[in-house]
Design a protein around this ligand. Structure first.
Ligand SMILES: [Zn+2]
Ligand SMILES: [Zn+2]
Length: 140
């Protein structure tokens, strides 16, 4: 058995498929089921690094906090927050899906709360009206 090209005196266990140098167990570098010497493995690695373009992570663009005004402010104008939420979501979903979704959800949640409060208010007004007017109605 031949000696390792890098470590004279050590038994080679294989040869580099690229340059043919004999390799001991310590020098054997396996890549994709092929055996390379350390320097060829390094060359391959550097080469692959040059060619391969790192997959770009989705860029999260910053979404202006002013969009929250569109989600929250309609509360003062009739509870159309869900429309504000949908607009904020539609405009910003490409930039920051997470933030856009939370704007949509909050728009809907605020609208629902508004409607519930409006219903409670109406019921109270109605109840108050009945309490005030019922004695008069009963006396007639
Ligand atoms: Zn080699
Ligand atoms: Zn070696």
């Amino acid at each position: 058995m031949a000696d390792c090209s890098f470590h004279p005196g050590k038994d080679a266990v294989g040869a580099c498929v690229s340059c043919g140098k004999m390799l001991c167990i310590a020098c054997r570098t396996e890549l994709h089921d092929k055996v390379y010497c350390p320097s060829c493995a390094n060359k391959l690695f550097v080469h692959a690094d040059d060619v391969k373009v790192a997959p770009s992570a989705p860029v999260v663009q910053s979404v202006s906090g002013a969009w929250w005004l569109l989600v929250i402010l309609p509360l003062l104008f009739g509870g159309w927050n869900w429309i504000g939420g949908i607009i904020a979501w539609a405009v910003n979903k490409g930039k920051d899906p997470k933030k856009a979704r939370s704007m949509l959800i909050w728009g809907i949640v605020i609208s629902v709360i508004y409607i519930i409060l409006a219903v409670i208010f109406l019921v109270l007004v109605l109840a108050g009206f009945l309490v005030v007017s019922l004695p008069g109605v009963l006396q007639q």
